[in-house]
Design a binder for this molecule. Sequence first.
Ligand code: CUA
Length: 287
Amino acid sequence: MYFFLVAIAAFFSLLIAGLIVYYAVKYRRRAPDAVGTVVHGGIVLEIAWTVIPLLISMVIFVWGASVFFAMSRPPEETMNVYVVGKQWMWKFQHLDGEREINELHVPVGRAVKLIMTSEDVIHDVFVPAFRVKADVLPGRYTHIWFQPTKPGRYHLFCAEYCGTRHSGMIGEVVVMEPSDYQAWLSGGAPEGSLASAGEKLFADLACNTCHRPEAQSRGPVLQGLFGKTVTLQTGETVVADEAYIRESILNPSAKVTAGFQPIMPTFQGLVSEEQLLELIEYVKSLR
Ligand code: CUA
């Protein structure tokens, strides 16, 4: 698409420049007192220079929109990795418990989805080789996805000015053959999965005293919640995604499920960004 746009621009630039020269010569003044003939429009010409650019810009629009949709919609099956940006480092959290700083190991050929948030200010993940770039915002989850096709090491940058050491907030995406990736995974410290860490935290914070699997609990049942549509007290509905679960932990009275009282205390300041991810992953695991 890039080369198509360059070709279109080059073609019309050359055409126009060429025509300027050609007509300048063709319609030059031949006698000192010559006067040009007046032209009062031409409908064919008007239609031609309206329709041709319209068709070309529609091709660019449809092509561009399809690229945009492919970029913004991850496939169904992705390998999810959580990313937390902080002044000035990138923290990566794999679902099976592996943690990394400023380095992200992924297998070749798998679609990888990054679910990203920030602990402090706005950062921006940028992997030029994969053509992906997105802001990383405090208090929100943003997503990008990519499918590496070639093993190797690729630059990762922070692309949003975030303070003194912004320029040092860099890292690498390491794309490995699947067998190497498995070896790398098993070489790490044997930590539990993210969901199991979340399950432990869920008990430590006593969330399980109100959120029980039975329907008559004081808090909504969380089993099978993720991805479902929830009806709120106000009658509005909301999809239970990462952002909703996060908000419900930090600011429980913001979106109260219909049929429940706003009795849940806030956990603002009590759980870190990483612990929030563990809790979210635990809720996701409750199918
Ligand atoms: Cu983080 Cu710039």
